[in-house]
Design a protein around this ligand. Structure first.
Ligand code: 5GP
Length: 203
């Protein structure tokens, strides 16, 4: 029997460059699985159902919640977002680690359920930089950008409750992804996760 993998929760404000960094981390660590969340928000241009998200209507999402099929879920800027439970449990049981890219409320729920999950808050270097990135994306109307900026400031206040805080410098994706990989490697070597290997040496 292989031992269970662990969850790596990455949070950070919208416009923090999270998506790009997480993609790079997965290229660097191909064995790391990525959880595909469910959401009720509309797909952005280029997003595909089942790849970036499972795009559901509110009824379908609420049904999943009622059937207790979500590991965690929350409302963010007027839409539901949640992590489907089944896939996460299957991956962890197979011994793989899994990355969840979720906001702060969901991250807190995961920590309660899985106290050994590793939480990382990814923040942009400055608030101005974050505004520029959000505006630059050009995929959201200005009111949505303002709402996301407000929420972002609230989220960063919670950074001290995370296990790690990583700053995503402009043009620093490579360094940032490397730092996250180092954290994951180090976490994998924590003594409590190596209990089976240690026990094998008992005489
Ligand atoms: P976006 O609409 O920009 O894709 O995501 C908005 C926010 O929802 C981001 O902070 C993202 O990390 C978060 N998010 C995405 N999936 C989930 C999820 O399954 N659960 C929770 N709690 N947050 C999520």
């Amino acid at each position: 029997m292989s031992k269970n993998g662990f969850l790596v929760v990455i949070s950070g404000p919208s416009g923090g460059g999270k998506g790009t960094v997480v993609r790079r981390v997965r290229e660097m660590m191909p064995a790391l699985a990525l959880s595909v969340s469910a959401t009720t928000r509309l797909p952005r241009t280029g997003e595909e159902d089942g790849r970036e998200y499972y795009f559901l209507d509110r009824d379908a999402f609420e049904e999943m919640v009622a059937r207790e099929e979500m590991l965690e879920y929350t409302t963010y800027c007027g839409n539901y977002y949640g992590t489907p439970k089944k896939e996460a449990q299957r991956i962890l049981a197979s011994g793989k680690n899994m990355i969840l890219e979720i906001e702060v409320d969901g991250a807190a729920q995961v920590k309660r359920l899985y106290p050994n999950a590793v939480s990382i808050m990814l923040i942009p270097p400055t608030i101005e930089e974050m505004r520029q990135r959000l505006l630059g994306r050009g995929t959201e109307p200005i009111e949505t950008v303002e709402k996301r900026l407000e929420r972002a400031a609230e989220e960063i206040q919670l950074a001290s409750g995370y296990d790690y805080v990583v700053i995503n410098q402009r043009d620093g994706i490579e360094a940032c992804a490397t730092q996250i990989c180092e954290i994951i490697h180090a976490e994998g070597a924590r003594a409590f996760r190596m209990a089976d290997e240690i026990e094998a040496f008992l005489l």
